[in-house]
Design a protein around this ligand. Structure first.
Ligand SMILES: [Zn+2]
Length: 460
């Protein structure tokens, strides 16, 4: 009996000992534990600080959650806390399911607009996140820093060419010099920008731009030469000596049922997703409105692929023995059954000759698109370089394919009535950086010499 009674007591002592060791182990783990390092990421929308640069700081720690985080702006001895937050961490017990705040993104604007003490030079952006640690440990926080240049002055911009005569809906060229901090420059006309390119054979910083003046912009004060640096500092200056508004031209187009029956189903059947259930006139209005705008958007995409070299030379060619039937920027009133049903602006030249007349490449270049282009029907778009592009539309047949290099005057197809065409004719449209411009200027050798060629050469 006495021997038997001693055994359970020894067993209990053993379990007690194991329990103490386990508790001590847990305690030590709690005291010395180091949680995973939070991930910290710093991004900015610009590579430099100017008036306003967006700073995005991302913090994440999905296991125990984030504790406190901080974002600071430092220049010299000055440290400005941009944002600071403290969050309650998740539970330490792995089975609790409480992971705290796993992710925080701080977004703020840094620049001279909000911090007028910033000087030219450099700043440091610092993002800090503390780390979950045990009671006996001092946790080293995770710190991510990025150094950015501060630029308070816009780049230098100097006009080199002179005597710029602009026409609403027209084109032009300008030569200028920019400071080395410029990353973007050119001509702004309203919301349209014609980007400049480095001038071959010029001094460092010498640029030129072939520019478009949109047909629907009549305010000369909105036409400016500009340069911008990577901090978003921008300088603009007026450079036009004269600006001629466009004379208003209105043309009336009568839409007949036989016309609708010929053109609408032909376009509808070739336009994916087109709803051909409404009456023909309604379908026609969708083609003349929505599809017209969509097609111009596609043209702007093609223009962005323009080669940075002069592929053309001399005046652009008009189709041989053709007569001008409709002009550029002509307002068209569309009448159906005697009432006005639509109004659009015609943005090319309509040239008529005999039916199926040979159509020349208006100038040398590379075929950038050859095929069906909705309203334009069968069309050939040619890139002439530095944002200059021509489009020949309503063709009955096409003799070139995309990628072909073409010579000035080379036959690219035959005139026709495809797309939105009343009768056999050629629609010739010229684009400068995706913007339709008056083709008559480009058909005129003297105009090209006075307004393009002479602006790109010569001394200052
Ligand atoms: Zn036309």
């Amino acid at each position: 009996m006495r021997i038997g009674a001693r055994k359970p007591r020894r067993k209990a002592r053993f379990f007690f000992f194991v329990l103490i060791v386990a508790l001590l182990g847990c305690g030590l783990w709690l005291a010395l534990r180091v949680g995973p390092a939070p991930e910290v990421e710093l991004r900015t929308d610009r590579p430099a600080i100017g008036k306003a640069t967006t700073v995005i700081a991302g913090f994440s720690e999905p296991t125990h959650g984030l504790g406190s985080i901080r974002l600071e702006l430092i220049q010299g001895d000055r440290v400005e806390v941009l944002e600071q937050r403290s969050m309650k961490r998740g539970s330490l017990l792995p089975w609790s399911g409480d992971h705290g705040t796993a992710e925080v993104v701080l977004t703020t604007i840094v620049g001279t607009t909000g911090f007028d003490w910033l000087d030219d030079g450099e700043v440091v952006l610092r993002a800090t996140a503390d780390r979950s640690v045990g009671y006996l440990r001092r946790g080293e926080p995770v710190v991510v820093e990025t150094t950015l240049p501060v630029r308070l002055r816009p780049p230098r911009l100097e006009l080199l060419s002179s005597q710029h005569y602009g026409q609403q809906g027209g084109s032009g060229a300008v030569r200028y010099r920019v400071g080395e901090t410029a990353v973007k420059s050119g001509v702004r006309a309203g919301t349209h920008e014609s980007p400049g390119s480095a001038l071959e054979g010029g001094r460092p910083g010498d640029y030129f731009a072939i520019f478009a003046l949109p047909w629907n912009l009549d305010d000369a004060g909105e036409i400016r030469l500009f340069a911008e640096d990577d901090a978003g500092n921008r300088v603009e200056l007026a450079f036009l000596d004269l600006f001629k508004p466009l004379s208003k031209r209105v043309d009336t187009i009568r839409i007949s049922d036989s016309f609708l029956e010929r053109v609408v189903p032909a376009i509808a059947s070739r336009t994916p997703g087109f709803d051909d259930s409404p009456p023909l006139l309604e379908q026609y209005l969708v083609i003349n409105g929505e599809l017209r705008r969509a097609e111009l958007g596609r043209v702007a995409e093609l223009a962005a692929q323009s080669e940075p070299s002069f592929l053309w030379s001399g005046p652009f060619l008009q189709m041989t023995n053709s007569e001008l039937k409709a002009n550029f920027a002509q307002t068209r009133e569309y009448l159906y059954d005697g009432r006005e049903v639509d109004r659009q602006t015609h943005l090319g030249l309509d040239l008529a000759s005999t039916a199926r007349a040979p159509v020349p490449a208006p100038n040398a270049g590379r075929v950038i698109s050859a095929g069906w282009m909705t309203l334009y029907g069968n069309a050939v778009a040619i890139d002439h370089g530095f944002g200059l592009m021509s489009l020949s539309g309503h063709l009955s047949s096409i003799d070139v394919t995309e990628g072909d290099a073409v010579d000035r005057g080379q036959v690219i197809g035959r005139s026709g009535t495809t797309g939105l065409a009343g009768g056999d004719h050629l629609h010739l449209e010229i684009f400068v950086h995706g913007q339709s411009v008056d083709p008559l200027q480009w058909l005129d050798g003297k105009w090209i010499e006075d307004n393009i060629t002479s602006k790109l050469t010569g001394d200052i």
